[in-house]
Write a protein of this length. Structure first.
Length: 323
């Protein structure tokens, strides 16, 4: 049972960044408007997520760490529709199987909070605990009981970059949530949670990028595209500054990247890897989500149509910006 859990955990939990993603998504699902994430040593030694969400009852807390425990309805069809960010009630169980986890939580209706401490999937301590409403999850010593997996982690600075990447995407997909992200005692970024995507981009990437953004707001065929494009004068050496969200969820899709880059190319810009943050809204039935929880790739039923729509949206925005 324990071995099965450890193996299954690898499916969801590849690295500390996967833990951060799952925990923050739980906080989002819990309706939090403020989420703070603090990591140390690339998340390998320490991850703490604090949220002001609805919390979890003491009766439910132990259950939440059991495999396939989910308080969220999630038929395969609903997964496909991207209704909820949560996946199949496996995250907490998987995380707890390979680390030391403390969860402290209080709901609005309960008089006291509750705390549970789990090591390698085994409950070590639990009991009433005084705390404010919301949830605090602390993870220590990721993969402490799976040395083989620990060995495969990258350097702390690399793991920390993966976490930053995840945090940037979470912040940009939830501009209405105030995020604070601290790494090794230093504030990396903080967002206001006022719904202003441009403000989030400023917080995440800095002034230089924001000074040169082109607004995008376009509806074509069956999609709506909103977001920002980098000015063609700034050329970046990689695709690290390209983010796509579909119906609020971070995704990867080569067709979209290719469409944006083709639109830039058609304008004869030298910008091979343009900066962009795109929020695409589409009827979920046109998207085939890869249901693997750790993967972000999606496919569209009609990739050619998506290419065309994105291409023209971006091109039109570039043309009007050049006037
Ligand atoms: P899922 O998100 O798919 O339901 P998880 O293993 O991630 O599965 O979480 C299990 C359950 O624990 C959730 O359904 C939720 O009820 C509860 N939970 C986890 N994190 C939080 C949180 N931050 N606030 C409130 N409840 C939470
Ligand atoms: Mg979850």
């Amino acid at each position: 049972e324990n071995t099965i859990n450890k193996i299954a955990a690898g499916e969801v939990i590849e690295k500390p960044a996967s833990i951060v993603k799952e925990l923050v998504e739980n906080s989002i699902d819990a309706g939090a408007s403020e989420i703070s994430v603090e990591v140390k040593g690339g998340g390998i030694s320490y991850i703490r997520i604090v949220d002001n969400g609805k919390g979890i009852n003491k009766e439910d807390m132990g259950i939440a760490f059991m495999r396939h425990a989910t308080s969220k309805l999630s038929s395969e069809q609903e997964l496909n529709k991207l209704v909820t960010l949560g996946f199949r009630g496996e995250a907490l169980a998987s995380i707890a199987a390979v680390s030391k986890v403390e969860m402290i939580s209080k709901t609005h209706d309960s008089i006291s909070g509750y705390r549970i401490y789990i090591e390698g999937g085994k409950i070590i301590e639990e009991g009433e605990y005084g705390c404010p409403e919301g949830t605090v999850v602390t993870i220590r010593d990721v993969f402490f009981n799976t040395p083989a997996r620990l060995k495969f982690l990258k350097s702390e600075s690399k793991e920390s970059m993966y976490i930053t990447d995840i945090m940037q995407n979470l912040a940009m997909s939830h501009s209405n949530i105030s995020f604070k992200y601290i790494s090794n005692g230093k504030l990396v970024f903080a967002t206001r949670g006022d719904g202003d995507l441009k403000g989030v981009i400023l917080a995440v990437y800095g002034k230089q990028i924001v000074k040169n953004l082109i607004d995008l707001n376009c509806s074509r065929d069956f999609i709506t595209v909103k977001g920002y494009l980098g000015n063609s004068n700034i050329s970046r050496g990689s695709r690290n500054y390209q983010s796509t969200f579909i119906n609020g969820r971070y995704i990867k899709n080569k067709t979209i990247t290719a469409a944006v880059e083709a639109a830039y190319k058609s304008m004869l810009t030298i910008n091979k890897f343009p900066f962009f943050v795109l929020h695409i809204y589409v009827n979920p039935e046109f998207v085939d989500v890869n249901v693997h929880p750790a993967k972000a790739e999606v496919k569209f039923q009609d990739e050619q149509l998506i290419f065309k729509s994105i291409y023209h949206c971006v091109k039109d925005a570039l043309i009007s910006a050049s006037h």
